[in-house]
Ligand binder design. Structure first.
Ligand code: PMP
Length: 303
């Protein structure tokens, strides 16, 4: 008697050249992503069966793979076609698609030349940022520093999330919703899986690329604000200190899986008046419209 698959393993997945039931998609214990985190991934939103910013995600995936000297298992055009076919084969209107490229199977050393067949996997999840947890979250600044680019370039979205997991454990131990990570110089970097913005006196500032994963939702927010869609607010990329987090009018964070959310509290200090602020609310609304393909905002974004 086969049990009903868990919610995340419903529908049709893609693995190594074929479509198959997600619950039956299995990877070898000798796969280098399993053994060493040797691979890269993306999480792409779709709404009403249309991907949001798919090309930007595939560009970033290509960059991550180039960093690992890992060949894309499919030519880029073919990859786009297989992604589109995932939406055709599944009965889901809104959700997320996980795209994973692994070095593939090989043993017994981390030498990438041992694994000769990189493998692509795709799986869909139901859901949407609007349906996710309420936008106001309690954060702590963790003691775990973000991996410096001299050790591992944070721009690459790799299957190894050890740095973020150790940081997230700090948030859990502190009873907080998530963790803010500083870089090795003590400047603000990002959350465990989201980019951060600080609003003060109409300036919406976010750390520049360097010690962060350069998020696609972050780029959307920069484009929306840059296009004047949030009245009285201008966006800049500049280094930020922890003090600026505590003293902010609003602290906003962004990720594909979260959309736009904000911190109502950091390290026990209320941010602004401790409620979800007006700029967070406005950006949430604009981001929803961008996902929906609303022409008035789509022109400003990457859709
Ligand atoms: N930083 C990290 C470390 C992440 O894992 C994510 C989520 N992918 C982000 C930022 C946000 O990136 P995006 O907006 O492209 O989802």
């Amino acid at each position: 008697v086969s049990a009903e698959p868990p919610p995340y393993a419903q529908g049709t997945a893609y693995l190594g050249g074929e479509f198959l039931p997600a619950a039956e998609a299995r990877v070898s214990i000798f796969d280098h992503s399993y053994l060493y985190g040797d691979g890269a991934f993306e999480n792409v939103a779709f709404r009403r069966r249309r991907f949001y910013a798919l090309e930007a995600h595939l560009d970033r995936l290509e960059d991550s793979c180039a960093y690992l000297k890992l060949a894309l298992p499919l030519p880029r055009e073919e990859l786009g076609r297989v992604c589109a076919e995932m939406l055709e084969r599944n009965d889901l209107d809104d959700g997320y698609m996980r795209v994973v490229v692994s070095r593939g199977e090989g043993y017994p050393s981390l030498d990438p030349r041992r694994a000769e067949s990189p493998q692509l996997a795709l799986a869909l999840q139901a859901g949407s940022p609007a349906a996710a947890a309420p936008p106001g979250r309690r954060l702590v600044i963790g003691s775990t520093r973000r991996t410096p680019p001299a050790s591992l370039d944070p721009r690459a979205k790799l299957n190894n999330y050890g740095n973020h997991i150790v940081a997230k454990l700090e948030a859990i131990a502190a009873g907080a919703d998530d963790v803010l990570m500083l870089d090795s110089a003590g400047m603000v970097s990002e959350l465990s899986a989201a980019n951060v913005f600080v609003l003060r006196n109409g300036e919406l500032a976010t750390p520049p690329p360097g010690t962060i994963l350069v998020g696609i939702t972050r780029a959307t927010v920069l484009a929306l604000v840059g296009d004047g869609l949030v009245e009285g607010v201008r966006a800049v990329e500049r280094p930020l200190t922890p003090l600026e987090l505590y003293a902010a009018d609003e602290v906003i964070f962004t990720a594909t899986a979260i959309g736009v959310a904000c911190a109502t509290e950091i390290d026990g200090r209320a941010i602004g008046d401790g409620e979800v602020g007006p700029v967070c609310t406005r950006l949430r609304e604009l981001y929803e419209r961008a996902l929906d393909g609303d022409a008035a905002v789509a022109a400003a974004t990457l859709a």
